[in-house]
Design a protein around this ligand. Structure first.
Ligand SMILES: [Zn+2]
Length: 204
């Protein structure tokens, strides 16, 4: 092992051992508003200048989304120039797509999507309005449907009953994962329970 490798290992161990300490120190540092602002300004500057380090982090991020781990050493100069040209092109496209909304705010129009000619604020307001108007309608629909599901012991209703206690203990299981056999068993259980309940009610 070379000296630098030994050093790396040592630092890794140190970082792991003092994880909480380092995190606390970092939090303390970033809690100061001046430092937060400084960090933001630094990032903005790097992004404006399109420095090599900024582009390298961009490339690394791009690969990490694809679950490929690369280090800064693996990034060649060609990769950097390519990425820089791509970013410049995208930014220019973005600038040409900036439009002004009716309310005066600016928004970016995305070319390959059907988007309303509205800023995000106007769009959310529109959605809110729609939801308020149609709230009662949707609620009544939901109530009607849930009642129907319960009476008929539909698959969906049984699935929700199976899933509820599992979710309570933190197990996230989707509807697809429940086998049909389990649903049938649960249906039988519920049917017998209902029969029992009806009989007892009849006696009282
Ligand atoms: Zn607007």
């Amino acid at each position: 092992m070379t000296e630098s490798e030994i050093n790396k290992l040592y630092f890794k161990e140190y970082r792991l051992k003092n994880k909480d300490k380092i995190k606390k120190a970092q939090n303390k540092y970033y809690l100061k508003p001046d430092n937060k602002l400084k960090k933001k300004q630094q990032a903005q500057k790097r992004s404006n200048e399109l420095s090599d380090i900024y582009i390298k982090t961009c490339i690394k991020q791009y690969y990490s989304y694809k679950n490929i781990k690369i280090s800064f050493k693996d990034i060649t100069k060609d990769m950097i120039t390519n990425k820089r040209n791509k970013i410049i092109k995208l930014r220019n496209e973005k600038i040409s797509n900036i439009k002004i909304c009716k309310c005066g705010n600016s928004y970016t129009r995305i070319t390959n999507k059907k988007v309303n000619n509205m800023c995000t604020i106007c769009n959310t307001n529109k959605l809110k309005k729609y939801n308020i108007i149609n709230r009662e309608h949707f609620l009544s629909l939901g109530r009607k449907n849930s009642k129907k599901y319960k009476e008929n012991l539909s698959n969906t209703y049984i699935k929700t009953i199976i899933i509820a206690p599992l979710r309570k203990i933190g197990l996230n299981i989707s509807f697809k994962d429940i086998p049909q056999e389990l649903i049938e068993l649960k249906r039988k259980e519920l049917q017998t329970k209902r029969l029992l309940k009806n009989k007892q009610n009849g006696k009282n």
